[in-house]
Design a protein around this ligand. Structure first.
Ligand code: NAD
Length: 359
């Protein structure tokens, strides 16, 4: 079966990209960032990546590419070192401390990373003449709101500050406030994408990401560990669809100063996800339920349903999910099997995915 993703012409792009653009991608060695870099390089653009490799991997990017420059550094430390004459046409800010497990394990670093690095890159974009910038936000921003589906203008609802889990949501919300303030006060062209459960080849399960963890357990014929009773539901979307949408969103002027949900439309419970992975992988794994108190800290609160209203991004850039969950599971399994999983040079793994240039 062929998965079609879309660094191609079918998403409406509202900016002329016939000339190579100079793109700065923060967190470009990470899961989503590396797919984005691949698409930008395939389109013929020049890409500079700044990544401290805290959760990303250098191997996610090509070792040598004439149009790629890799700077291993904390973002805020690297920015002042970039010469004043160094020009960028667009910035994609994906560097962040990511994943509930990581946030709970190291809250100071996570909060500081998510707020100070975003503040630094927004100031940089403003001071360098108003470079268009895309900010990666998260569905976590909605907190524990029970509304279904989540729409961009909905109120948000967080738990107590004594529950560390909400610090990630709040740090991402502060990022959004800052970005919108730069747009309001300095007319900075900024677009904000709230990702909902992005999945696909290249994602590792180490930081609590559910799909690669389940696929790995299924491939090992180990019990699949479902936290809670498994009735919580999510909408997954393949990273190749998400990454392809980011340049389109940023290059669409009417998207500036606005927030967009970006994710899948089809809900699935975590129990069903585990069953589907067992079936698709042909595994003999059983499902084991782990209480939240054992998986996380006591008092951990999870959302029963997390589903995006994607009507805004669909009408703005004609976004649609092209790669189905079964395809994603198959590609993640193939990625883990072919390259022994985390740390594999995903660059060298051939996926049956079309990444056409826009020009
Ligand atoms: P990731 O951990 O693979 O990518 C984050 C990258 O940022 C890593 O390469 C890491 O090394 C780098 N990084 C972290 N701190 C840095 C710093 N101070 N300086 C430079 N680099 C730094 O995670 P991802 O899933 O690719 O997430 C990318 C973005 O998308 C993040 O902003 C995240 O909050 C957001 N997001 C992702 C999801 C998802 O489902 N994957 C959901 C919601 C939001």
């Amino acid at each position: 079966m062929s998965a079609t993703s879309s660094f191609d012409s079918s998403l409406a792009s509202h900016r002329d990209t016939t000339q190579p653009l100079r793109c700065l991608v923060t967190g470009g060695a990470g899961f989503i960032g590396s797919h984005l870099c691949k698409g930008l390089l395939d389109q013929g653009h020049d890409v500079t990546v700044i990544d401290n490799l805290s959760t990303g991997r250098r191997i996610n990017l090509p070792e040598h590419h004439p149009c790629l420059r890799f700077i291993q550094s904390d973002l805020a430390a690297a920015l002042p070192a970039l010469g004043k004459g160094e020009l960028f046409d667009e910035i994609y800010h994906l560097a962040a401390a990511v994943g509930v497990k990581l946030i709970i394990a190291d809250p100071i670093n996570s909060i500081e990373t998510n707020i100070t690095q975003t503040s630094a890159i927004l100031r940089f974009a403003h001071e360098r003449g108003g470079i268009p910038i895309l900010i990666a936000s998260s569905s976590e921003v909605y907190g524990k709101s029970t509304k279904v589906p989540f729409s961009e203008e909905d109120d948000v609802h967080y738990g107590s500050t004594t529950v560390t889990r909400w610090s990630y949501a709040m740090s991402k919300a502060v990022d959004e406030y800052l970005a919108l303030a730069y747009h309001q006060q300095h007319a900075l062209p900024v677009a904000i994408a709230r990702f909902f459960n992005t999945v696909g080849p290249g994602q590792v399960g180490d930081y609590g990401m559910v799909l690669p963890r389940f696929v790995q357990q299924a491939l090992n014929s180990e019990p699949i560990e479902v936290y809670g009773d498994g009735s919580q539901s999510r909408c997954f979307c393949d990273v190749r669809d998400i990454a392809a949408a980011l340049p389109v969103l940023l290059r669409t002027k009417s998207a500036h100063g606005r927030v967009f949900n970006l994710g899948g439309q089809t809900p699935i419970t975590i129990q069903e996800l585990a069953q589907r992975i067992i079936y698709n992988v042909g595994s003999s794994s059983i499902i084991k339920h782990i209480p939240y108190t054992q998986a996380y800290a006591p008092g951990f609160e999870d959302l029963a349903i997390r589903r995006p209203d994607t009507s805004r991004v669909r009408s703005e850039i004609n976004f649609s999910q092209r790669i189905g969950l079964d395809q994603t599971i198959a590609d993640v399994a193939a990625w883990i099997t072919a390259g022994k999983g985390p740390g594999v040079a995903q660059w060298n793994v051939k996926w049956d995915v079309k990444m056409e240039a826009q020009r």
